[in-house]
Design a binder for this molecule. Sequence first.
Ligand code: DC
Length: 365
Amino acid sequence: MSGALAALLALLFFAPLAFVYGRRVAAGIGRQARARGRSPLAVGLPKLAVPLVLLFAMLWRLAAHGTSLEPRVVATGWRSLDALLAVVDMVGGAAAILFFLTIPFAMGRVFGVAAAAFGAFGEAAGLPESTGRGNRSWRDMRDSFREESSVMAQRFTVAIDGPAAAGKGTLAKLIAAHYGLPHLDTGLLYRAVGRKAADLGLDLDDPDAAGAVARSLTPSALDDGSLRGREAGELASRVAVHPSVRSALETFQRDFAGQPAGAVLDGRDIGTVIAPDAEVKIFVTASPEVRARRRTDELAAKGRAPDYERILAEVRERDLRDAGRATAPLKPAADAHLLDTSEMAIDAAFLAARELIDGFLARRG
Ligand code: DC
């Protein structure tokens, strides 16, 4: 196949994909830009640079050599322009191979979008609806296109805040699974910092030491099973008062909240600080007595012998610390929906949360 034709076909192939996914990516970039107070260009360019360079290299390669995938790198000496072109050629060759490999996977989507575009055209041009026995009518095609586009545009962020043991973690997991959104338990980040600071024998009340630990945190630190325990929760609550710790963990959380796929985050300051633009905000509460009772029952079910009064005192102390700190204290955002789970089992709380989210989706249309 001639080079120009191959490049044109590749462009035609990418156009519908770019249309469908571009909306989703643009929405994510816009959200991240707003969250960080930067321009969409400044946020988007670094993210799009690699795909754009790859696309350019691939088109260049296809235009120059058609669909032949033979290696074309010629040793030309590193200082010359030819050497640069040889590198572009090599990258373009690799991108072209990848491109050909993805064709079978992407073809269904491309045909779907093309068929739907034909459907929209059919409606606009007043074509008769039936396209023959066994064929889909243009109305079906147009509807599937709308559905496809709205599923892409339907990505949204859910911010769930609340005090310890109110059930927000379980709720967040259920919501994430139901709507197919990625989930981040932000408490785990603070727990990992508290745990590591304690293991290193550092003073948890020293903002500089705790801040340094937070800045050095790596994702593998979150895998530690003991982080879910009560002790790590106490350590977390102590290091979480330091602005140095909070700011070190902020970018990661904001990026997670702004990702194009949408997200569910649970914590203390998600709706107020991390994702103030979240489409749905839920503040989950329950009385300290109910929360202490749940914790006690959880521990008893694991075969321990928990002391309810002590757990109640700890819950109250943690509430005071989390809500009383100067930076990003635990409090509902002005536009958060309050969900008091004192008298509610988790399935009822989940149902209530789904009603809120489905209501939002229906309003957005
Ligand atoms: O949600 P959790 O119990 O895992 O949180 C442990 C502690 O971490 C909590 O007491 C306060 C702190 N935290 C916070 O300050 N901000 C968050 N977004 C999440 C947790």
